[in-house]
Every structure is written in structure tokens, then in C-alpha cells.
Design a protein around this ligand. Structure first.
Ligand SMILES: NC(=O)c1ccc[n+]([C@@H]2O[C@H](COP(=O)([O-])OP(=O)(O)OC[C@H]3O[C@@H](n4cnc5c(N)ncnc54)[C@H](O)[C@@H]3O)[C@@H](O)[C@H]2O)c1
Length: 290
């Protein structure tokens, strides 16, 4: 089975770009959010992403109208009754995600592949919101931000995920230009576990006064060959989300992932990162560093 019709639930930072990469790959994408305004905002953002991608040579001028024409928006999940695959990218909250799956369950075709883009919630736990018959078709697809630039997707198998669904989802991601790695449903999956270990050490260095965030970012880029420094990346992914994920990792693995006091402090101070105009760095209204 190959995916022709895709549904994406949640048109925020991740969902909107997930819709975009599949639309660029020629899939018919239905993008859902709770309000028409959120969907309008997402489509406006995608126009900007498409323009900047043309400027950088990621795709051609003629790909823009084609990709936009492949995305339809809806606030009604009832419109998902003909989808081959659905990817959920709503808030990182087990109850919010669970409600989405419960709503979708009676609507989707019986063989629909269903995936969550959660960064930290167990796929096996999320699958409990679906009826038994659907659990073999449920898995995790963990994309990385910004989705149009980052090549990786972690394909996460829950306890009951079937190989057929994992293969179909992997193939669809490959068609959308991604490289997939297969990971079992361990908390944090593979890449975030490594990332949060690095971030905690970077935060410790700043807390000790050994380095500034700027110097750590330069160190990782020029010394380790990372394209983005840890503090730049924390701001990009949102410190609020990072703190939530750190708490979930701590719950699973204990002290080695305990969120650093400075991360808690910056979140309490409302410095979520690029989205909010201030994090470890300051940003203008277009999200550019100032
Ligand atoms: N930010 C990252 O770098 C990153 C990376 C990988 C995975 N993720 C995961 O992707 C998911 C989305 O993250 P994000 O950064 O795009 O968040 P976001 O806040 O930018 O977007 C979430 C969107 O979901 C919508 N939404 C909320 N409840 C909904 C519902 N019931 N039905 C439909 N839409 C609903 C919101 O209106 C919002 O537009 C989370 O699970 C997050 O953990 C995030």
C-alpha cells in the first residue's frame, strides 16, 4: 500500500511543515487545527518557508503553487474519512493527543496508518486511546525541526505496531525526502536522549560560569561540527517544551536527566525561545536573532 492521501492534525510549528514535505512529494494533504485562524496562520507561514526554500535552492519556483494546491485545510476531523495515513502533531499532552485519537477512531478507514509526532510520550501509551483493531496500524513518526530542512525521521514501533504499517510509513517518509531510522518505543527515543544529555552538560557549564551560551554554541559548531549550537537549538525547539521533555526523561531514567535549575528559571521567566521573542537570545518579530 502506498500513501496518496494524508491527514495532519495540528498545524503548528511541526504539523504545518510535515504537511508541506508530503505536499511537495505530491501527496494530497488535509491539514487540521482547532480554528480557521490557526490554519490561516499555518498556510501563511508555509508560503514564507516555500519562498525561502526557493531562494536557497531546496526546490524550484514552480513547486510552490503545486505544493500549496496539494494542501487543503479543515477544522473538522470528520473530513478524514478517506485518509490513507494520519500524522498527529498537536500539543505535547497525553490527554489532548488521546482525545484526537478517540475522535479519529470511528472516522478513519479500517486500514489507515496512524502516527504520532510526539517527542516524548510513549507510543504504546498513546495507542491505548485507539480501539484494539487499530493498534497494529499505530506508530510514532518523530520528525525534527525545521522539518523541511532536517532529513531524519525516527520510526517508532510501539508494543503492538505491525511491520506492514511500519513499512508503509517509512516508505512514505522516504518519498518525502527523509532518511528513516527504526527505534523501539523507549522514552525519549534515540536522538532526544543523546541531545538532552548534551544539553544538561552545556547548561552545567553556564551555571558554573565556565562559558557563556554564545561560546558553547561556537564550541559545538566549530569543535564538534554541529550545524547549530545547543542554546540556539533550545531556543528553536522552545524551552518550555524542552523542560516538559526533561521532566518526562527524568521520570523514566532518574537523575541523569533532571532538568537544570537554569532551564527551569528561563522558562519561569517566560523566555520560551524564538517563538516568544526571547530565550537564551533575543529575536525580532520575524524570528531573526537580534
Ligand atoms: N518543536 C519541536 O522541535 C518538536 C520536534 C519534534 C516533535 N515535536 C512534537 O510535535 C508536536 C507539536 O509540536 P509543535 O512544536 O508543532 O507545537 P505547536 O504548539 O507549534 O503546535 C501545536 C498545534 O496543535 C494545535 N492543536 C492543539 N490541540 C488540537 C486539537 N485537539 N486538534 C487539532 N489541533 C490541535 C494547536 O492549535 C497548534 O497549532 C508535539 O507533540 C511536540 O512534542 C516537536
Amino acid at each position: 500500500m502506498s500513501i496518496g492521501k494524508l491527514g495532519v492534525v495540528g498545524a503548528g510549528m511541526m504539523g504545518s511543515e510535515i504537511a508541506l514535505i508530503f505536499a511537495l512529494a505530491g501527496k494530497q494533504v488535509l491539514l487540521n487545527d482547532t480554528t480557521a485562524e490557526a490554519l490561516q496562520r499555518a498556510m501563511g507561514k508555509l508560503e514564507g518557508v516555500l519562498d525561502s526554500g526557493i531562494g536557497r535552492g531546496f526546490w524550484a519556483e514552480e513547486d510552490k503553487p503545486r505544493a500549496l494546491a496539494n494542501i487543503t485545510t479543515t477544522t473538522d476531523l470528520g473530513d478524514f474519512s478517506d485518509r490513507d495515513m494520519v500524522i498527529e502533531a498537536v500539543f505535547e499532552d497525553v490527554d489532548v493527543k488521546g482525545e484526537v485519537f478517540k475522535t479519529l477512531d470511528p472516522i478513519l478507514p479500517a486500514d489507515c496508518v496512524i502516527a504520532s509526532n510526539t517527542s516524548s510520550i510513549s507510543i504504546t501509551v498513546l495507542s491505548a486511546s485507539l480501539s484494539d483493531a487499530r493498534q497494529a496500524n499505530f506508530l510514532g513518526l518523530h520528525f525534527f525541526s525545521p522539518v523541511h530542512r532536517m532529513k531524519l525521521v525516527e520510526v517508532i514501533s510501539a508494543m503492538d505496531s505491525g511491520q506492514a504499517a511500519l513499512d508503509v510509513a517509512t516508505e512514505a517518509c522516504v518519498e518525502a525526502g527523509k532518511v528513516a531510522i527504526q527505534v523501539k518505543d523507549v522514552v525519549g527515543f534515540a536522538v532526544n536522549r543523546m541531545l538532552f544529555a548534551l544539553w544538561n552538560e552545556a547548561l552545567r557549564l553556564v551555571e558554573e560560569g565556565a562559558c557563556t551560551p554564545e561560546d558553547i554554541d561556537i564550541g559545538c559548531k566549530l569543535g564538534l561540527g554541529h550545524p547549530v549550537g545547543p542554546f540556539e537549538l533550545m531556543d528553536l525547539t522552545s524551552n518550555t517544551l524542552n523542560l516538559q521533555v526533561a521532566d518526562i526523561l527524568t521520570d523514566a531514567y532518574g537523575d541523569r536527566f533532571h532538568p537544570r535549575p537554569m532551564l527551569k528559571q528561563i522558562v519561569a521567566a517566560g523566555r520560551a525561545g524564538r517563538k516568544s521573542g526571547r530565550g537564551w537570545y533575543r529575536y525580532d518579530e520575524n524570528g531573526r536573532r537580534v
